[in-house]
Design a protein around this ligand. Sequence first.
Ligand code: NAD
Length: 434
Amino acid sequence: MLVQRPIVKTMEWSMPEETSLYQNVMQQFDRAADRMDLDPNIRKILAKTMNEIRVNFPVIMDDGRIEMFTAYRIQHNNALGPFKGGLRYHPSVHTDEVRALAAWMTWKTAVANIPLGGAKGGIQIDPSKYSATEIERITRRFTFALGNTIGPEYDIPAPDVNTNAQIMAWILDTYLSTMPPQERQRCFHVVTGKPIESGGSQGREKATGQGVVYLIERWAEDTGLDLSQTTYFVQGYGNVGSWAARLMEPHGAKLLAVEDHTGAISNPEGLDAQDLSDYVLEQGGVAGYAKAEAIDHETFFKTKADIFIPAALESQITADTAPLLDVKLVAEGANGPTDIEGDQILLEKGIHLIPDILCNAGGVIVSYFEWLQNKRSEFWDLEEVDRKLHRIMLQAYDRVLVASEEYEVDWRTASYIVALARLEKVYKERGIFP
Ligand code: NAD
């Protein structure tokens, strides 16, 4: 029987009025660093991002106007390998958020034990206000503005919120177009999450949701739960949320409620994950889905179920919403969905947690596979991708389980300890130049 340990407080849980997302990351980091007694010099290095790039660039709109856009690429750490992390198109994209997301990528690749570092980026934009042709020009001009900030052996973007395989294809094409012709065939791995025909990998689109479900399967096994008898609900029904739901369905688990940016819906008889996904693709959100009833945000959080999968944005499980949750497990598909106060409440309520840097690592793991396939001019079939993903996810789960026992800490702290121990070892082996 799996027991998740209570949190060990090694620092004050003081919350400034407005805790920034990066402060949130740093509080999680400090808690683990204190507990494992991380070398103070390495702690200093990892507490800072390496490079922060902000670009402002003009784009011609469909009606001939010129609009200026602000975008970011923040590279947190590349001690383990090239910087790696998604690009997000959202109005909330700003330095603090991207910094936090970049740091989470460093911990995530370290927990998964793959040879990549951490970065994140995005454009401060509401993509729903722009046409497809405008999004294409914005993407291409952003890629051009980044120039050599990204590169196949240096920093490799991927999809995130409001970006997809099509956007990755435009990034690839723009990057290749700015290379000398002789170099182009060697640069397909400048971006991952591409369409299959443009060098993408089998299984990348579903990878994050697939990884979430692999770990839920394992957690259910460890806790003695039969997944076919479980219920769950999902926040966010984009790439991660809808794939997690569609992959839970074959287990016979019942999807009770879904919330996205258009509203929340519920059906106590169970929602058809694929049918809802088709509806969202057509309508842009879950609102108005006929085979469910509309519910409010609070009722959504109060859904009594076995599992909650947050797969939308950060800071959703907070002092306001965590007390409402009536579940056995929170499996974090999103990055940073739980803030520090939310974390504490989940622990006090005895709710198990599979933390983001472990739970949603499937995306970056299959991105790593895509990168490898491009470098070697190989093409792996879906069975091979899934088998390798499954193995890496479960190995990471086991490392976190062992660390939680060894250090007697909660799972978020344990996953940080696994990541920080790996980074600490590498820094100690290599030393600091000069
Ligand atoms: P997406 O753009 O495909 O979907 C985002 C979903 O969140 C949409 O359903 C949207 O309606 C919903 N949403 C937005 N604002 C909301 C709000 N205020 N309340 C409720 N729902 C809201 O994005 P995605 O790629 O599925 O990413 C979701 C989360 O997973 C993000 O935190 C992202 O960083 C993380 N993540 C994504 C990947 C990946 O491979 N795409 C990998 C790891 C982690």
